[in-house]
Write a protein that binds this ligand. Structure first.
Ligand code: NAP
Ligand code: ZN
Length: 349
């Protein structure tokens, strides 16, 4: 199936119109016409080759919402006309202990990423959601619960899933004290989800101007992270801190903010961090952990939770031809708080 898209062709070039063939449907595949796709900082990292693993041309995007237009003969979970979603993974081995547990993101053989991955059957590079269509095996296609605004669902698939997962891993619930470092796409979902789970949430941000928005999103407190006095005052006050910062940085100033046995979970920076001082870890039996996306079952659970609790991202809807400007704004942390591409604009452009 021929599909239209916007692709990155080099690290220093803007995304540009592109067309390519989506694979013919396999027996367990679902073909989806994409309606909306969220813009994750991982899209920008990949387009710019920040992680040195990008092969060009590449179509990024892993917060995909659309309509089923065709199904393979063995598909049982989805039917033509359903509204569905695809997140950051499109396949895994399906045989290992982690896949059996529904933790496909931890597949022993490595999960297949929605873009910049390698198709497990054809060996071709996977291409993401800044496109008119996607073809995905049915197990990796999510149901969108009734009542969720389709235009806003996209960011739940990555920003939502990636922050929901550590909140569940560390049993956040009523009374939990949660800190969120960085108030961007992931950070603002971490706030909303933690609040919906009943936690007291504090935002730790470089940007004092985000305080009013943080409170509107449900945070009770706001600490400007380079205000030393405010950071000292916040000592020993968190059970869990979720760190969404997308760049190399120093965790050490945040560690004393954890209470005894508290955990700082890194979800933002993928790669080196600054040197760590172990003293606050030892003295408070504190932990530094990491977490990547979420399994399919937990992503589905998160979608149901969001539908029940009316949790949706704050979005700015853009046309596909505004994507390069959106990337520049994302780089400057100037987004309130997730861009979503209206894919109808692709046909028009
Ligand atoms: P984003 O919208 O750009 O938000 C990041 C926020 O971090 C910014 O709004 C800013 O908040 C803060 N920040 C930005 N640059 C910073 C710097 N140099 N130093 C300190 N703080 C900085 O990005 P996102 O889409 O939320 O993604 C965040 C990161 O998560 C990216 O690196 C992405 O690749 C990664 N990611 C990981 C997973 C996973 O599975 N673990 C999944 C998706 C994304 P303030 O202005 O409030 O400080
Ligand atoms: Zn993402």
């Amino acid at each position: 199936m021929k599909t239209y898209a916007y692709a990155a062709t080099a690290a220093d070039k803007p995304l540009a119109p592109f067309s390519f063939e989506r694979r013919a449907l396999r027996s367990n595949d679902v073909a989806i016409e994409i309606m909306y796709c969220g813009v994750c900082h991982s899209d920008l990292h990949t387009a710019r080759n920040d992680w040195s693993w990008t092969n060009y041309p590449i179509v990024v995007g892993h917060e995909i919402v659309g309509r089923v237009i065709e199904v393979g003969p063995d598909v049982t979970r989805h039917k033509v006309g359903d509204h569905v979603a695809v997140g950051t993974m499109v396949d895994s081995c399906q045989h290992c202990d982690q896949c059996h547990k529904g933790e496909e993101q931890l597949c022993r053989d490595g999960n297949t990423q929605t873009f910049a991955g390698v198709d497990r059957i054809s060996g071709e590079p996977t291409m993401g959601g800044y496109a008119k269509h996607i073809v995905t095996r049915e197990e990796f296609v999510l149901h969108i619960p009734q009542g969720l605004d389709l235009a806003k669902v996209g960011p739940l698939l990555c920003a939502g899933a990636t922050t929901y997962s550590p909140l569940r891993t560390w049993n956040v619930g009523p009374g939990s004290r949660v800190g969120v470092i960085g108030m961007g796409g992931l950070g603002h979902m971490a706030i909303k989800l933690a609040v919906a789970l009943g936690a007291h949430v504090t935002v730790l941000s470089r940007s004092a101007k985000k305080e009013a928005d943080a409170k509107t999103l449900g945070a009770e407190s706001f600490v400007v992270s380079n205000d030393e006095a405010a950071m000292t005052k916040a000592a020993s006050s968190f059970d869990l801190i979720i760190d969404t910062v997308p760049a190399k940085h120093d965790l050490t100033p945040y560690l004393p903010l954890l209470d005894i046995d508290g955990t700082l979970c890194v979800v933002g920076q993928i790669g080196p961090l600054d040197e760590l001082n172990s003293l606050p870890l030892l003295l408070g039996r504190r932990r530094v952990a990491g977490s990547a996306i979420a399994g399919i079952a937990q992503t589905q659970e998160m979608l149901e939770f969001c539908a029940r609790m009316n949790v949706l991202p704050d979005i700015e809807m853009i046309r596909i031809d505004q994507i390069n400007e959106a990337f520049e704004r994302l780089e400057r942390s100037d987004v309130h708080y997730r861009f979503v591409i209206d894919m109808a604009s692709l046909t028009q452009s």
